[in-house]
Design a protein around this ligand. Structure first.
Ligand code: ADP
Length: 577
């Protein structure tokens, strides 16, 4: 399964919306550039004038004056183009910043199950390669295309004004450029879409192999992964090869088509002069215009190519927002904090349920431990209770409201999942905390840190809360990162926590320290602990034993031991270890 692609209409509509939104600065940029282009038009015109004057025998004064005017035109052109370029880059940056923000908003709200199914490589490809390609086109392409299109129109007009007959020479480029451009246009869209896709596949193979390197090693999958990677690279190479062929035809075609008019203008113009239908100056002017237009045409077509590439990437980026949401916020508000699971089923792969009609009422304020063999479905069920995935069948409610009918912000104030994965985001310590609550004050953040016993080290950092952390800045220890995650929970303040092996990866001394921090966070909350050590179960109010996607036993430690079932056996074997 892959993430969807946006169709051409959606991409077109989105681009139009952007252009409309930035209409004013865009017009200003094009206006300035057009003035620059007009100043540039003066140069061939003045040269032509000079040629005619000199042919007729003129005074030194006229030559000097024309020379000065030429200089002035050049200076003016340089200034205007400089200002215009700067403005267009600023504009490009603004548009791109907006794009990136909109994209990030979409990405961070993607249903997790979709990302897991599509593989992170596809999404990663879209957030890196595709964003890069679009960025280039938006920052430089759009402004340059506008400028060069204006230039081409102005130069054509000026050439016709200078000498309509000589300007006919420009027509010879049409029979060359038209078929080449048509041939290319017919093929590019599919070719670039396929090449982007192949890139995403390479990305996927590599990230998945690297992320799960330990598994690859443990299962000796190295050879297989390498073969898959080689196949993906081969595929990508072939696709790239084809797009290269397209360009290998397009570019020489463009060059030939745009240089040809210059040669024709000189020969044809020479004949016109000999017949007395044009002056030497007019022919010089038009010939210089054909040279001027060459650059613009080449740049236009080059951008056309780049913009096609970007278009394919754009449809992949916009496609991400077409992933259907897995939740429909707007249901009733919870009336209390009791979480109930009713007949919950879940299938990662269609038709293969890993949970079979699991029902469970969590009593507010209790400690519930979930135990059972690996693969029994404990983590999956934990994710259902935390509202990470909507169940395939049945429902999980809090205070009568479906978890997945709450907004994400609201949901996280009800229940949160705590796992052993903790990520420090690049930014300040405060940024990392404000992820939980964007309006948290410094005092609240300090209180949260104090609660998890992290105020000491965080205040000792060079800039306190404003210290930059994460890769490339201050590196936090795994225990500190975990404390940061716990402080975020304090800020979120959910009444229920689902704990998945929260401290099992930390070294024992840090673990004891962390357990105190964790204890402070757990106090006063309902806790569902997915337990991997039975002493967690021993200390819990109730224990749920899970096996093959079902809860097979439920009761307090004592009750279950007395009942002499699965749990009693587990407990016995654990104690005799
Ligand atoms: P536990 O937490 O009890 O070890 P899990 O909930 O992790 O069990 O797994 C339950 C079942 O679901 C297992 O058979 C496991 O292979 C399967 N499973 C877990 N995660 C995924 C996934 N992302 N895709 C497909 N199957 C999965």
């Amino acid at each position: 399964m892959r993430l969807p692609l946006a169709d051409r209409r959606t991409v077109g509509a989105y681009a139009r919306r952007l252009l409309t939104q930035y209409r004013v600065p865009l017009t200003a940029v094009v206006g300035i550039q057009a003035l620059g282009a007009v100043a540039a038009l003066a140069v061939p015109w003045l040269v032509g004038f000079l040629v005619d004057e000199v042919t007729a025998g003129t005074t030194m004064e006229v030559v000097t004056r024309t020379g000065l005017l030429l200089t002035l035109a050049l200076v003016l052109q340089t200034l205007l183009v400089g200002i215009g370029d700067r403005q267009s880059r600023v504009l490009g940056e603004n548009i791109f910043a907006q794009l990136r923000e909109e994209f990030m908003r979409t990405v961070t709200h993607l249903p997790l199950s979709t990302v897991e199914r599509a593989g992170s490589g596809d999404l990663l490809g879209r957030t890196t390669n595709d964003v890069d390609r679009v960025q280039w086109a938006v920052r430089f392409g759009v402004p340059r295309v506008l400028v060069q299109a204006v230039t081409v129109v102005l130069v054509l007009g000026a050439a016709v004004l200078a000498s309509p007959l000589t300007a006919l020479a420009m027509l010879v480029s049409i029979p060359v450029l038209y078929p080449v451009a048509r041939w290319y246009m017919k093929r590019y869209a599919a070719a670039y879409a396929k090449s982007s896709e192949a890139w995403a596949a390479v990305n996927g193979e590599i990230t998945e192999t690297v992320e799960h390197a330990a598994t690859v090693d443990a299962l000796a999958l190295g050879g297989r992964r390498r073969r898959r990677m080689r196949a993906a690279v081969q595929e990508s190479w072939e696709r790239e090869d084809y797009t290269l062929l397209l360009r290998a035809v397009l570019f020489p075609g463009i060059t030939f088509g745009s240089v040809l008019p210059t040669a024709v203008a000189v020969v044809w113009g020479g004949w016109l002069v000999s017949q007395g239908w044009a002056t030497l100056g007019q022919v010089s002017t038009v010939a210089l215009y054909t040279v001027q237009i060459t650059g613009s045409m080449a740049e236009l077509l080059m951008w056309m190519d780049e913009i096609q590439v970007a278009g394919a990437s754009f449809s992949r980026i916009l496609g991400v927002s077409e992933v259907p949401s897995d939740r429909t916020p707007g249901g009733p508000e919870p009336t209390d904090s009791a979480i109930r699971a009713r007949d919950v089923r879940y299938a990662y792969i269609e038709g293969r349920d890993v949970l079979h009609d699991v029902s469970l009422d969590i009593v507010p304020g209790e400690r519930l431990a979930m135990v059972g063999p690996s693969g029994a479905g404990k983590s999956t069920f934990g994710r259902m209770i935390a509202g990470i995935h909507p169940p395939t069948g049945g429902r999980v409610t809090v205070g009568g409201a479906n978890l997945v009918d709450l907004t994400e912000e609201r949901l996280r104030t009800e229940v949160a999942l705590v796992t052993q994965e903790h990520h420090v985001f690049v930014g300040t310590l405060a940024d990392n905390l404000r992820l939980a609550r964007h309006d948290a004050t410094d005092t609240e953040m300090r209180e949260a840190l104090a609660m998890v016993d992290a105020l000491g080290w965080s205040e000792a950092l060079a800039d306190g809360l404003e210290t930059k952390v994460g890769s490339g800045a201050v590196t936090l220890t795994p225990a500190q990162a975990q404390q940061l995650a716990l402080a975020r929970l304090v800020l979120l303040d959910p009444h229920t926590l689902v704990l998945d092996e929260a401290t099992s990866l930390i070294d024992p001394t840090a673990a004891r320290h962390l357990e105190q921090s964790l204890g402070a966070v757990l106090t006063g909350r309902t806790v569902v602990a997915i337990a991997h050590r039975l002493h967690t179960a021993h200390d819990a109010d109730r224990v749920a034993v899970m096996e093959n996607g079902r809860i097979v036993e439920l009761g307090s430690h004592e009750e279950l031991v007395r009942a002499g079932g699965e749990y009693a056996a587990l407990w016995e074997s654990w104690q005799s270890e």
